[in-house]
Design a protein around this ligand. Structure first.
Ligand code: GDP
Ligand code: MG
Length: 438
C-alpha cells in the first residue's frame, strides 16, 4: 500500500534536499510533482487540490526561511496534513450483549470474508463470542459460503437458509443469546453497482435490526470511484465507518485517502489477504509513514539541537573517525537522558518502533550510575579495547565498582549493541538502521 506514492515522494525530496533554500517557485514545482504522484495513485482530484492548497499555505510562512532544512520542513508539513486526513485510530464499538454489527457493500468487495475475519479478530483480541448471520435471502449460495467459512473456524452461525424476509430477523438476538454469544455479525447482500433496490433492501434491514455499528466494506482497488459508492451508501443507508479489503494488493492507496478526506468516517480495519486471520487495525500514522517514507528527520534534528552540547559534537566527531568505546557509550547515554523519553524519538523515525522494546528509559538514570561506576573501575586499556574483558577481568571490575557481575555483563551487552548500531549508522545512515530493523 502506498509504495507508489512513497517512491515518487522519496525521489522528489531527495532531489529537493540537495537544494538548500527553497524559493516559492521551487515549492510550486515540488507541489506540482506531489500532485501528479497523488493523482496517478488514483486519489480523488478534490482531495489532492485541498491537500496541496493547505500545504502551500502553511509552508509559505516565515517558518520555512527559519527552518534548518527547508525541504524537510516541507515534507513535515505534508506529513502533518496527511496525518490530519487519516484521522485517529478507531475501534468497532461493541458495548452490550446482543449488539449487532452490520456489514454492507458492493458484491465481491469481501463482506462475507470480512464477517468471519471480524469474528476471529473479536474472539482472539477481545475475547468476545460472535454469532454470524447471512441475510442474503435471494442467494442461498451466499448464505452457504458464510456457513462453511464460519464453521471451518468454529463460529456459531445461522444455518437455517429457509428463513426468508425481514420477519425472520426478529429472533436473531434470541438465537444468538441462546448459544451464549456476545454479539452478532450480519453479512448482507451486495450488487455489482449501487442501485435503488439494494439501498432499499439494506435500509429495511437496518431499520429492523437497529445495529450498534454499521460498517461499509470497501475494496481498496476502487481508487477514486470509492467516493460515489460511499456517498451513495451514506445517503441511502448510512454507516459508521469502513473496513478496506484487499489492502495488500493495492500499491496506490487512492481509495483510502479519498475516503478519509471526503467521507471523513473512521477506517476500523484493513483486510490484507484472503486468510481469515488477515485483518489488521488501521493505523493512521503508520499509513502516513508509508507515504512520506523517510520520517521526521527535521523534527529529530530540531529536538537534538536543543540539547546537544559542544561535548556531544566533539564526541560525534570522534565517533566519525574511529571506534566506538566505553566513554562514547557513556556520552551517548547522557545525551539520551537529556533528550528525554527515547520512545518519542523513535516515533519520529518510521521503522524504529521495534527498537523501543529494547530500550528501557525508565531505568536509564539508575543504570547510568551503575554503568559509570563500572567504567571507572576499568583500566584505560579495557576502556579502549572492550574485547579483552574476559571473565576474570569482569569479576575484578564488579568487585572494584561495588556492583554485581550481572551488571557488568549487562553493560557490556548493551555496549556491543550500541557499537553495532553506531557502525550501521555510520555506514548506511538512518536508512541503514531502518533496513537493519526491517
Ligand atoms: P462479498 O461478495 O462482498 O461477500 O465478497 P467475498 O467475501 O465473497 O470476497 C470476494 C473475494 O475477495 C474472495 O475471493 C475473497 O477471498 C477475496 N478477499 C476478501 N478480502 C480480501 C483481502 O483482504 N485480500 C485479498 N487478497 N482478497 C480478499
Ligand atoms: Mg458475500
Amino acid at each position: 500500500m502506498f509504495e507508489f506514492i512513497q517512491e515518487k515522494i522519496t525521489k522528489l525530496f531527495d532531489k529537493l534536499s540537495k537544494r538548500g533554500l527553497l524559493s516559492e517557485q521551487d515549492i510550486d514545482d515540488a507541489l506540482k510533482d506531489v500532485r501528479i504522484a497523488l493523482l496517478e495513485a488514483d486519489v480523488h482530484y478534490r482531495v489532492v487540490k485541498e491537500l496541496l492548497e493547505s500545504v502551500k499555505q502553511k509552508v509559505m510562512g516565515e517558518e520555512l526561511s527559519k527552518s534548518i532544512n527547508p525541504s524537510q520542513y516541507l515534507l513535515r508539513v505534508l506529513k502533518t496534513e496527511l496525518i490530519g486526513i487519516m484521522g485517529a485510530p478507531a475501534a468497532v464499538k461493541i458495548s452490550g450483549t446482543g449488539d449487532i454489527v452490520m456489514l454492507l457493500g458492493l458484491q465481491g468487495t469481501g463482506k462475507t470474508t470480512t464477517a468471519v475475519k471480524l469474528a476471529k479478530y473479536m474472539r482472539d483480541k477481545r475475547g468476545l463470542k460472535p454469532y454470524l448471520v447471512s441475510i442474503d435471502f435471494t442467494r442461498p449460495a451466499a448464505q452457504e459460503q458464510l456457513i462453511t467459512l464460519a464453521k471451518a473456524h468454529g463460529f456459531p452461525v445461522n444455518e437455517d437458509v429457509s428463513a426468508k424476509g425481514i420477519g425472520a430477523l426478529d429472533d436473531i438476538r434470541l438465537v444468538s443469546a441462546r448459544q451464549g454469544c456476545d454479539f452478532i455479525i450480519v453479512d448482507t447482500a451486495g450488487r455489482l453497482h449501487i442501485d435503488t433496490d439494494l439501498v432499499n433492501e439494506l435500509k429495511q434491514v437496518k431499520h429492523a435490526l437497529h445495529p450498534a455499528q454499521t460498517i461499509l466494506v470497501i475494496d481498496s482497488m476502487m481508487g477514486h470511484d470509492v467516493l460515489k459508492m460511499a456517498e451513495g451508501f451514506q445517503q441511502g443507508v448510512g454507516y459508521d465507518g469502513a473496513i478496506f479489503t484487499k489492502f495488500e494488493g493495492d500499491s496506490r492507496g487512492g481509495a483510502v485517502l479519498s475516503f478519509r478526506k471526503i467521507i471523513n468516517k473512521p477506517i476500523y480495519y484493513v483486510g490484507v489477504g484472503e486468510a481469515v486471520s488477515a485483518l489488521e487495525p488501521f493505523e493512521p500514522e503508520r499509513m502516513v509513514a508509508r507515504i512520506v517514507g523517510s520520517g521526521d528527520v527535521e523534527g529529530l534534528v530540531e529536538k537534538m539541537s536543543e540539547v546537544v552540547t559542544g561535548e556531544d559534537v566533539r564526541h560525534a566527531q570522534r565517533l566519525a573517525k574511529g571506534k566506538f568505546t566505553f566513554p562514547d557509550f557513556i556520552q551517548q547515554l547522557k545525551m539520551m537522558k537529556r533528550l528525554g523519553p527515547v520512545e518519542s524519538l523513535f516515533d519520529m523515525v518510521p521503522g524504529f518502533g521495534k527498537l523501543k522494546k529494547n530500550v528501557r528509559t525508565d531505568t536509564l538514570k539508575q543504570d547510568m550510575k551503575v554503568y559509570e561506576a563500572i567504567i571507572s573501575s576499568m583500566t584505560d586499556q579495557e576502556r579502549r579495547n572492550p574485547d579483552i574483558l574476559n571473565g576474570k577481568r569482569r569479576q575484578r571490575i564488579a568487585q572494584g565498582s561495588g556492583t554485581k557481575p550481572e551488571d557488568v555483563n549487562r553493560l557490556i551487552k548493551r555496549f556491543y549493541e550500541s557499537q553495532r548500531m553506531m557502525d550501521i549508522l555510520q555506514k548506511g545512515g538512518i536508512k541503514g538502521i531502518q533496513r537493519f530493523l526491517q
